[in-house]
Design a protein around this ligand. Structure first.
Ligand code: WTA
Length: 694
């Protein structure tokens, strides 16, 4: 439970001025609302639901659920039987009922300074309707899965909302993932259509996205799964002939005669766009003839909205499934209250839409509130390390949301590049993705926010759909590094290894005792895996997989993952998926991967590999292994260290003791109890062969 009172000393508070206009203006107010949300979730969320459009109202229970595996199937249902459409609520409702048609939905800022465009709610609605009609003519129907593999462009939002409009289920794959990863995700969710782009620039680097997409489709085909259609956005090569490489195509792609034309101004090499006329279709050609009127498909509250894959400890990613109404209510409410959204805000979340943060807090949450956001294609350090603050000043950003890894990266360059820019528009700062170390918190607070802006350290997961532990900026006294208290409807507990709830100051497993609207509903196509992963260890609880500490004041502090997961730059990877990529190399007999703390990335990948008989370790092999992992998973999983490990520390039953490997990776000799090791001599050998530099 949350404490009666909060400390007045050694905490950071929002200014009285800020609190005056805030939605939740004091800790007492937070407590009062929180108690209501826990004691009567139906009434609490029913109140929130009144702001939205329902084609038909729900009847029966507002919420039904079971979190206890011993009592039958695990499920959560909010407002079952009500019908609505999330795209209608994000766009039509804002344009037609709230008169926000001319309000800017997105300021798009390209990789290259100077590449920019603006799109209003009305324009976004038109584009979404047109593209929804395109999807229909391509044969996409309600419930069909559509895979989206695109850079950070407005059309990515258009594509996802067009799916939502017709009741199709989008499965967005981050454009930094490899062809292999894309193929795996397409096949798992049996997507009938892929939407991609020619390519994009990340800083100076050209990413040939279409080549990767083609490669992925070929891999699917080789495994017996044919995707019949691929829609290609020409982001860089607009106006260029299709099939500039092979095979030559007759059709050519018309230039877009709208405000998205000519957005990439700097003349740079455009990607080669191989064209397969049987599968590939040009986005612009398809859209040209499409009507901008499209009746939304009215969906049940519990119809699927999207699938988003997240790493799983077995190595195979899990397709986290979210449904329409609960996700809508939850992302809209968390966005409004956690960032204390006000109508004149300009909000900027720097995440990629390919991750859950972008789904919930670039697309769904902000648009549900009629907010104006910045949509940024580029990098924080390109063309220089002042880029973020330049953009903040350019658009007069008021609410800014980023990751600890980005803060630590910029911190390395000192305060000068920050101070060159005014940043006087900023009001609230946020972080997400991993624990923020107090030093980075202080820098963010003092240098970036000039001690004026509350920081919301938001703890949540792909699975939770939205923030679950977080300060509310005016209500919660902040402690650097603590995600503080639960959001409305969220009831946390800390359990020990035997599943007992711990009271007062304590440390253990972070779990939740009852559902909130945004919680995932299942693992796509694998209910069993859903139950085993999240509900089996402690019946009656949703298990986050994170460790957590409660201090004497009742504040929650996330201590990091306690399963076989790594958090590299805020992105979760499982040790098993990296290991299985490594052992695919014919020279590798066995591999074990652990995390080693990294000053910017949070954690880096330290890989131990045991080579096959007769193979010797070399620099050449090392770079082959690095490339193999990149190719299998993507650049985010590139190993930082690869160590030759003729033997691995194993128990007598053959289980690798990762705890020992983590110590070796860090060069720490305090190993604790290693009496269960089958052969303890391997430990000394591993210490001697340690990699000290990446
Ligand atoms: C970690 C990202 C500490 C945590 C939204 C969680 C955090 C995992 C925080 C989910 C935070 C996220 N403090 N740790 N504020 N936010 N995490 O699914 O380990 O990509 O379980 O969702 O990130 O990562 P995911």
């Amino acid at each position: 439970m949350i404490p009666e009172t909060v400390p007045k000393e050694d905490v950071f508070l929002a200014s009285a001025e800020f609190c005056k206009t805030s939605h939740v203006s004091s800790f007492d107010k937070y407590k009062e609302l929180y108690m209501k949300s826990i004691e009567n979730p139906g009434e609490f969320w029913g109140g929130v639901a009144k702001d939205f459009f329902w084609k038909t109202k729900h009847c029966g229970d507002f919420l039904s659920y079971n979190f206890d595996v011993t009592k039958g199937e695990i499920f959560t249902k909010f407002m079952e039987g009500a019908t609505t459409n999330i795209c209608y609520n994000l766009l039509d409702r804002n344009v037609h009922e709230k008169n926000l048609g001319n309000k800017v939905a997105f300021f798009w800022e390209g990789n290259e300074p100077g590449d920019a465009l603006t799109i209003t709610y009305r324009e976004l609605l038109q584009k979404v309707c047109q593209f929804a009609n395109v999807l229909k003519t391509q044969g996409v129907k309600k419930g069909d899965r559509v895979s989206i593999y695109m850079p950070m462009v407005v059309e990515l939002v258009v594509a996802m909302l067009a799916c939502a409009r017709i009741g199709a289920v989008h499965s967005i794959v981050f454009a930094g993932f490899s062809a292999e990863s894309l193929c795996e995700r397409i096949m798992d969710s049996e997507c009938s259509l892929l939407i991609t782009a020619d390519g994009f620039y990340r800083g100076d680097k050209l990413i040939n996205l279409k080549l990767l997409a083609d490669d992925a489709l070929q891999k699917c085909k080789d495994k017996g799964f044919a995707v019949s259609r691929c829609i290609v956005l020409k982001h860089l090569s607009k106006g260029a002939e299709e099939g500039s490489q092979s095979p030559p195509a007759k059709r050519s792609c018309p230039d877009l005669q709208d405000n998205l034309t000519g957005r990439v101004k700097k003349r740079r090499p455009v990607p080669q766009v191989p064209w397969n006329p049987e599968v590939d279709q040009c986005w612009h050609t398809l859209v040209k003839g499409a009507s901008d009127q499209c009746e939304p498909e009215w969906c049940d509250s519990e119809d699927p909205l999207f699938i988003l894959y997240t790493s799983g400890s077995t190595g195979k990613p899990k397709g986290v499934l979210h449904t329409v109404s609960g996700y809508m209510l939850y992302t809209a409410t968390t966005f409004r209250l956690v960032f204390d959204y006000q109508p004149d805000d300009v909000y900027w979340c720097t995440a990629d839409i390919g991750w859950i943060t972008g789904h919930s807090y670039i697309t769904y949450g902000p648009l549900a509130n009629g907010a104006t956001s910045v949509l940024f294609e580029g990098l924080p350090t390109y063309p220089d390390v002042g880029r973020m603050w330049e953009i903040v000043d350019k658009y007069r950003v008021t609410k800014f949301y980023t990751a600890p890894t980005a803060i630590r990266l910029l911190m390395k360059y000192g305060s000068e590049p920050v101070k060159k820019h005014k940043r006087d528009s900023l009001k609230v700062l946020g972080t997400v993705g991993e624990p923020i170390n107090p030093e980075a918190w202080q820098w963010y607070y003092s240098v970036v926010g000039e001690k004026r802006c509350p920081i919301v350290d938001t703890f949540w997961q792909t699975e939770t759909g939205g923030h679950v532990l977080t300060p509310l900026p005016a209500a919660t006294p902040m402690k650097p590094g603590s995600a503080t208290f639960p959001f409305f409807g969220v009831l946390p507990a800390i359990l020990n290894e035997s599943g007992e709830e711990l009271e007062g100051p304590s440390e253990g497993y972070l779990v939740f005792k009852q559902p909130w609207p945004g919680i995932m509903r299942t693992v796509y196509g694998n209910q069993m895996r859903f139950e085993t992963t999240y509900f089996k260890k402690f019946p009656g609880y949703y298990v986050t997989g994170d460790g957590c500490k409660r201090d004497k004041d009742g504040y929650y502090w996330i201590t990091g993952r306690i399963d076989d997961m790594l958090n590299v730059s805020g992105h979760l990877l499982s040790t098993a998926e990296v290991e299985s990529a490594l052992v695919e190399h014919e020279c590798v007999a066995e591999a074990a991967v652990v995390g080693r703390p990294h000053p910017v990335k949070g954690e880096s990948l330290y890989c131990f590999v045991t080579l096959s008989e007769g193979v010797s370790f070399s620099g050449g092999l090392e770079s082959e292994l690095r490339n193999l992992v990149r190719e299998k998973i993507g650049a985010i999983a590139t190993p930082d260290y690869i160590q030759n490990a003729p033997g691995l520390p194993k128990t007598r039953s053959g289980k690798i003791m990762r705890r020992v490997l983590r110590k070796i990776a860090c060069g720490e000799r305090e190993l604790g109890d290693i009496s269960t090791l089958a052969d303890s001599s391997v430990v000394e050998q591993l210490f001697q062969n340690r990699c000290c530099t990446a």
